[in-house]
Design a protein around this ligand. Structure first.
Ligand SMILES: [Zn+2]
Length: 63
């Protein structure tokens, strides 16, 4: 089961619509880079913890 991080669920001013899907650690790594580069967040344990809480299970498209 892949994990999904939908940026629309993340409170921000930029109205970002990015969705990142993959293995949990892949999503966290990509989402952290994205949050720092695009949203100006600091790469902190708190940021990673809050993003981990945003991960949801991917819904299979062909179910
Ligand atoms: Zn974003």
């Amino acid at each position: 089961m892949r994990k999904v991080m939908d940026c629309r669920e993340y409170p921000s001013e930029s109205h970002c619509t990015l969705t990142i899907a993959g293995e949990e650690e892949e999503v966290l790594r990509a989402a952290t880079s994205h949050a720092v580069a695009v949203h100006g967040h600091e790469d902190t344990p708190e940021l990673r913890a809050s993003m981990r809480g945003l991960l949801t299970d991917e819904v299979p498209q062909n179910a």
